[in-house]
Design a binder for this molecule. Sequence first.
Ligand code: SF4
Length: 460
Amino acid sequence: MPKEPNVRIITLGCAKNEVDSEEIAGVLRGAGYAVDGAAKNPEVTVINTCGFLQKAQEESIEAIRKAVRSKGGGKVIVAGCLAQRMGQELARLAPGADAYIGVGQMGRFDEIVKTTLSSREQWFDVEPPHHKWAEVETRVRTGKPWSAYLKISEGCDHQCTFCTIPSFRGKHQSKPIERVVAEARNLVRTGALELNLIAQDVTQYGFDLYKEFTLPKLLRELNAIDGLRWIRLLYFYPNRLTDEVIEAMATLEKVLPYIDIPLQHVHPDVLRRMKRPWDGERYLKLFEKLRKAMPMAAIRTTFIVGFPGETDAEFKSLMEFTREARLDRVGAFHFSREPGTPSYDLPGQIPHRVKKQRFDQLMRLQQGISHEINQSYVGKPIEVLIDENRDGWSAGRSFRDAPEIDGLVFVAGQHTLGTVVDAVVDHVTPYDLYGHVEGSPSGQKRVLTPLRQVAPKSPQ
Ligand code: SF4
């Protein structure tokens, strides 16, 4: 029996790419390939690239060059966003790979590997994306068994002038509701307590298939799954967070009062130049409505500083909004001038020095706000999903903490991974909470040495 070729998959970029790579791994295993992320001399190396911002593209190109240098007699397949975005141009920038395959091809990756292994010619398949999802059961879980990403749709119909994603992830395409529920059941069956629902815009779910926005219906179906404990939603689009969605979130027991809603800016003129809806005033009203329906709601957003033409007054309005909104978390990015986007050619490009000043100002303001909000948890009980144990502490996350992007809750002592413990908060930093489990042998308060570096102002 010939030894089946072994395949190594390298994943770059966001959680959506992680899910795609897990699907690719499942399809290949199903076709008899040995998929091993640590394989030394794999017959095939698949690089699932990221094509979002300049920095991510450079990282992907470097990964391709490295894999080509060490491929020996093996094959290199470049997949994902950068292959889709650049196609032949990528083969010029990072030559030597054997195939360049666009996004959404997870379900047919066995054919792709077979063709590449049997072909001497370099080949391309970067047709406009039409996502072919792999069968539900095939997905090979790579992360923590108790927490999983569940991609409910792909692509985006919005046209934000700074964003390249629609150009390579394509138009919005929902997974049929039965399929999402079946995938959720499969993830729970394989150990998931927490499902993090992801898309470019979760609020757009279902419209392309059912001619109506179907997120509330999907949440009701997921909420009925036994064994599932937490449902978290990532990436709301501001003007689609409807009363029906808010009502579903507020009433369905397993749906966390966690709202990740990238606003990008709040000044109406900047939002108009970004081709994004509403303004700061309407966002504040929305947050008021959310907090009324879910008093415990944890809200995070993302802003772009230094968008072309951003005046001092426009930036000042962003600072005032941040002061007034008092959000749990704010992430910020310097505007990145991406070729092929309308904002690339906008007048009034802002110098890097000014972008940096505005970024630092905004982050310093938010750090104080996050610290004050974290302090309001001192002495209070909070449920913590334990992700890891280190240095005599367990590190985990509460309803307020999405994986990889938010803070952590450190619980004194060692607790079972993948379980939810009831902790009491003793101490905080601007990013993390520290606590103990009542009555646990290691329950007494410990001298605190922050396990994650905070900005200069120390928590003590
Ligand atoms: S909604 Fe998000 S993914 Fe869609 S175009 Fe805007 S920034 Fe890009």
